[in-house]
Design a protein around this ligand. Structure first.
Ligand SMILES: Nc1ncnc2c1ncn2[C@@H]1O[C@H](COP(=O)(O)OP(=O)(O)O)[C@@H](O)[C@H]1O
Ligand SMILES: [Mg+2]
Length: 240
């Protein structure tokens, strides 16, 4: 399976936007891109009917990913588990009286790649968020064996959150293809520029930046290219 697994330092850090920008870039250069999101919660916060999602500036994760990728996947194929309440997926499933099945997730991710050159998968929340009581986002990333993109904010607090996530990923044996800082300001402050350099140096990781995008107009987005085969980092942060 070729592709990337987009995780982040937490929820609402820009994972969907970064995953969408990567998918859009790959599609624009001619790749057939499939997108995957193991579980979406918080659909109650989207008052619009699904029929009009595609034309709205604010789309739920699976709809924005699909739009950016130019994919014809159905909701079920992009995000097999979809829930209303804005809570962790394991709890959302419990509230819906069901359990997320890791085998079903692995099968659905694999099925999504059938007609595609590339799979862009967005995690849920941060790297250690539970999908079931005992199966975390980390475990799905390991099962799919895709290089990670760690999405983070440019501002105060980001060095620690980002390096913790990079270290957890490497401890799990995963490659970190890049850190992506979003939204990257047009005129970064000295702190933001320093954060970028410090994360790159201490994490031995490429750090990409994504400017503020008009989410209603993917055609206007700049390219966000991430190497799928990053050089293995020889860093003190990488597990021996
Ligand atoms: N580069 C960007 N351009 C436009 N909006 C952004 C950008 N990065 C983050 N955001 C905004 O930040 C919020 C969280 O982004 P989102 O991708 O939904 O986060 P996550 O998937 O990590 O929960 C959204 O309101 C999104 O519009
Ligand atoms: Mg998201």
């Amino acid at each position: 399976m070729r592709g990337l697994f987009v995780t982040g330092t937490g929820t609402e850090v820009g994972k969907t936007v970064v995953a969408a920008a990567i998918a859009h870039t790959a599609r624009a250069r001619g790749d057939r891109v499939a997108v995957f999101k193991p579980a979406v919660s918080g659909l109650d916060d989207y008052p619009l009917r699904p029929e009009v999602w595609e034309s709205a500036p604010e789309l739920p994760d699976h709809a924005l990913l699909r739009l950016a990728a130019g994919s014809r996947q159905g909701d079920e194929q992009v995000a097999p588990y979809r829930y209303g309440p804005p809570v962790s997926p394991h709890l959302a499933a419990e509230l819906a009286g069901e359990r997320i099945d890791p085998d079903a997730l692995r099968g659905a991710a694999l099925a999504a790649t059938e007609d595609a050159d590339l799979l862009i998968c967005e995690g849920v929340g941060g790297f250690l968020v539970p999908l079931t009581a005992g199966y975390l986002v980390r475990d799905l990333a390991m099962d799919l064996a895709l290089p990670l993109v760690v999405v983070a904010s440019p501002g105060l607090g980001t060095i620690n959150h980002t390096l913790l996530t990079v270290e957890a990923a490497r401890t799990a044996g995963l490659d970190v293809a890049a850190v992506a800082l979003t939204p990257w300001p047009t005129e970064p402050s000295p702190m933001e520029s320093s954060n970028r350099e410090t994360i790159a140096r201490l994490g031995s990781v490429p750090v990409e930046t994504l400017p503020h995008l008009d989410l209603s107009d993917p055609a206007s987005w700049p390219a966000l290219r991430i190497r799928l085969d990053p050089p293995r980092a020889a860093s003190s942060l990488r597990a021996a």
